[in-house]
Design a protein around this ligand. Structure first.
Ligand SMILES: CC(C)(COP(=O)(O)OP(=O)(O)OC[C@H]1O[C@@H](n2cnc3c(N)ncnc32)[C@H](O)[C@@H]1OP(=O)(O)O)[C@@H](O)C(=O)NCCC(=O)NCCS
Length: 184
């Protein structure tokens, strides 16, 4: 399902699609392609076929609002709002190394914030690693506030302390107590 396009700073057009069966093989390839440092910052879940199938189903049912950014058939970006039926979804984004620094992160964030607003959400939460200055700068620019630190379970089973950030979309909205782990 086509959901529009995004352009890199140098003008390359990439397509945006909702995650579906069509990406079952390309999504794990995307994860494999990431450098170690990108993978350390962005491993939201495991990429075995069963787990990928769970996220494809959750995407189809809109339990999670999940997008891939594509160059041809290859996934070069993965971004989502987990728990999209809750009042405060949980945001994640990751970009292939060759496409980082090209203005795509900002466009992905804008799309996710727009989706949340249109769906009448109270706000958006995310967590990000303490050393990830680039992601932190991007989130700050999008209006997210650093509200504390949390213990987070990564997709490969590590427990890490991360910065917790929140964007209120309605006056007075506050993040709820929650566990930070993949929704499966
Ligand atoms: C983090 C990530 C999503 C950012 O997206 P991006 O499109 O590469 O973002 P950019 O490089 O354009 O940087 C975003 C902003 O932060 C700024 N920035 C970049 N590196 C920075 C740094 N080390 N310190 C402070 N600011 C920095 C940029 O100037 C840019 O601001 P601008 O749009 O006003 O110019 C992307 O690099 C990525 O996927 N990285 C690997 C996985 C990851 O870390 N995911 C996030 C997990 S929480």
């Amino acid at each position: 399902m086509g959901e529009g396009m995004m352009r890199t700073r140098s003008g390359e057009a990439l397509t945006v699609e909702r995650l579906s069966d069509a990406h079952a093989a390309a999504l794990p390839r995307f994860h494999e392609s990431l450098s170690q440092s990108s993978r350390d910052s962005f491993t939201p879940h495991a990429y075995d076929p069963e787990t990928v199938g769970v996220y494809i189903r959750r995407s189809r049912s809109d339990d999670d609002r999940i997008y891939v950014l594509l160059r041809g058939d290859e996934v070069v970006g993965y971004f989502f709002l987990w728990e999209f039926q809750e009042s405060i979804p949980l945001l994640g984004i990751g970009i292939a190394d060759a496409f980082q620094g090209a203005g795509l992160g900002r466009q992905m964030m804008a799309r996710l914030v727009q989706d949340a607003r249109e769906a009448g959400k109270d706000g958006i939460e995310l967590t990000t690693m303490q050393h990830n200055d680039r992601a932190f700068a991007l989130y700050n620019k999008m209006g997210f506030e650093h509200i504390g630190d949390v213990e987070n379970m990564t997709g490969d089973g590590r427990l890490v302390i991360e910065r917790r950030m929140f964007l209120a979309l309605k006056d007075g909205a506050k993040p709820a107590d929650r566990a930070f782990k993949p929704p499966v």
